[in-house]
Design a protein around this ligand. Structure first.
Ligand code: ADP
Ligand code: MG
Length: 390
C-alpha cells in the first residue's frame, strides 16, 4: 500500500469517516554545505522521493487530533490550549505529536490566522526515520501544507518552513536550522535548492542527474548520532569564537582570502573549525557554478574535498563514514562525502547509474571486512516539494 493510501486508511480506521484530502511533504538530502547553516552560510539540499503523507478532515469541536501509522496512540488537544502547552508544558505531549501539534501552534500565531474549528490528521510515511533524511521536516511540512489549505492561511512556502522550524526548535526542543524545512517545502524534480541561510533567499539549481544517468546513493551507517551531544555544541562554540576573533557577525562574512589572518589570530583547533566553514561555503558556491557550466559529473572533487574538510578540519567523521566514502570512490563513484551533523549517520555518493551495483557491493564488503554493522544502502532521487496529493 502506498503511504498516501495508508494515511487515508488510518484516518478512516481511527476517526471513523473519510478524510477531506491528503497532502504530503518529502524528506531531503544535502548535496553539499555542511555545518554552514548556523554560520549564516550556504547549503544545497534537495527534496527526495520519500514522503510523509497526511489525511485531513475538519471537526466542529475545536480539537486537534493526530494519529500515525508509526504510533499506537492518538493524541488529542483543544486548539485553544496549544498556546499554554508550548513550549512550557511540552513534556505532557507524546514526543512524536509535538511535531504536528507544534506546527499547528506556530501557524495559529501567524498574523491573520482565524480561530479554526478543529481538525483530524492521520500520518503515514516512507521516509526512513533517523537516517539523516529528515523525516522530521517531512512530518512538519506535510502538517503545514495541509493545515494552511484547510485553514485558508495566507502563508507562502517560506512561512510554512518557518512554522516547521519553530515546531522543531520550540515544541520539540531540537536546536536545528531551517534548511530541512526549506528543502521539503521548495524541492523540484531533478533540482536542488540553493539556500542563503542568512537572508533565506533561495534559487532552484538544476542538477541534471537524470540526463547524465547519475544516481545519488545513500549509505546509512546505522551509527547513532545526536545533535544534542557535546561534539555539536563544541563545533558551534568554536565557530562563534572564530567569528568573534575575526570581528565579523558570522563565519559567512569571511572568504578563503581571510584564512591567513585567521591562522595568526587563533589556536590551531579553532582555526581548523573556521577553515572548514569558510571553505565549505566556497564549495557550495563552486558546486552551483560547476553544475551550471560543466554539469553534475564535474562536481566529484568538490564532494570529496567537503568530506576531507569534515574529517580533518571539523573532525566530525567516524571510521564507518570514511570507509563508506573510500569504498564508494574506489568502486568508481564520481564523488562521495559524509552528510549531516557527523559522529555517525549517513554518507552520500554520486554514481553512474550502471555502477550503483558495484558501489553498493564495494561498500558492503568494506564494512564486512572492518567488522562494522551492515549498512543500509539505497538511492534517492531529487523530487518535488510539499503539495496537496492529487
Ligand atoms: P530525522 O533525521 O529522520 O529527521 P529526527 O530525530 O529529527 O530524525 O526526527 C525523527 C522523529 O520524528 C521521530 O523520532 C518521530 O518522533 C518523528 N517522526 C518522524 N516521522 C514520523 C511519522 N511518520 N510518524 C510519527 N512520528 C514521526
Ligand atoms: Mg530531523
Amino acid at each position: 500500500m502506498s503511504a498516501a493510501d495508508a494515511a487515508r486508511a488510518l484516518f478512516t480506521e481511527r476517526f471513523g469517516s473519510a478524510p477531506a484530502g491528503t497532502w504530503s511533504a518529502p524528506g531531503r538530502a544535502n548535496l553539499i554545505g555542511e555545518h554552514t547553516d548556523y554560520n549564516d552560510g550556504f547549503v544545497l539540499p534537495f527534496a527526495i522521493e520519500h514522503r510523509t503523507h497526511v489525511a485531513l478532515g475538519p471537526r466542529a469541536d475545536g480539537l486537534i487530533r493526530v494519529a500515525s501509522t508509526a504510533e499506537d496512540a492518538d493524541v488529542e488537544v483543544p486548539l485553544a490550549e496549544l498556546d499554554a502547552i508550548f513550549p512550557a508544558r511540552r513534556d505532557e505531549i507524546a514526543f512524536w505529536a509535538r511535531y504536528p501539534l507544534g506546527v499547528a501552534w506556530a501557524l495559529l500565531r501567524t498574523p491573520g490566522a482565524t480561530a479554526p474549528t478543529g481538525v483530524d490528521l492521520a500520518f503515514a510515511s516512507d521516509v526512513p526515520v533517523g537516517a539523516g533524511l529528515s523525516s522530521s521536516a517531512a512530518l512538519e511540512g506535510a502538517t503545514a501544507v495541509a493545515l494552511a489549505e484547510a485553514w485558508a492561511l495566507d502563508a507562502d512556502p517560506v512561512a510554512l518552513a518557518r512554522a516547521g522550524r519553530t515546531a522543531e526548535n520550540e515544541a520539540v526542543g531540537a536546536p536545528t536550522g531551517i534548511m530541512d524545512q526549506m528543502a521539503s517545502m521548495l524541492g523540484r524534480a531533478d533540482a536542488a535548492i540553493f539556500l542563503d541561510c542568512r537572508s533565506l533567499e533561495t534559487h532552484v539549481v538544476d542538477l541534471g542527474f537524470a540526463r547524465a544517468a547519475l544516481e545519488l546513493v545513500v549509505v546509512d551507517t546505522g551509527v547513532k548520532h545526536s545533535h544534542a551531544t557535546g561534539g555539536y555544541g563544541e563545533r558551534r562554540a568554536a565557530c562563534e569564537r572564530g567569528a568573534a576573533t575575526m570581528g565579523v557577525p558570522a563565519l559567512r562574512d569571511l572568504t578563503p582570502a581571510d584564512l591567513d589572518r585567521a591562522r595568526e589570530l587563533m589556536d590551531d583547533v579553532t582555526f581548523r573549525r573556521v577553515r572548514h566553514v569558510v571553505t565549505e561555503n566556497q564549495r557550495v558556491i563552486d558546486t552551483v557554478r560547476t553544475l551550471r557550466e560543466a554539469g553534475p559529473a564535474a562536481i566529484g572533487e568538490l564532494l570529496v574535498a567537503s568530506h576531507a574538510s569534515m574529517r580533518d578540519d571539523f573532525e566530525i567523521s567516524v571510521a564507518e563514514l570514511d570507509t563508506a566514502v573510500e569504498a564508494a570512490l574506489s568502486a568508481g563513484a564520481i564523488g562521495a562525502r559524509m552528510t549531516g551533523g557527523g559522529f555517525g549517520g549517513a554518507a552520500i555518493a554520486l554514481v553512474d547509474r550502471d555502477r550503483v551495483g558495484a558501489v553498493t557491493d564495494a561498500v558492503t564488503a568494506a564494512f564486512a571486512a572492518s567488522r562494522f554493522a551492515e549498512p543500509t544502502i539505497f538511492t534517492v532521487t531529487p523530487s518535488a516539494g510539499a503539495s496537496r496529493d492529487v
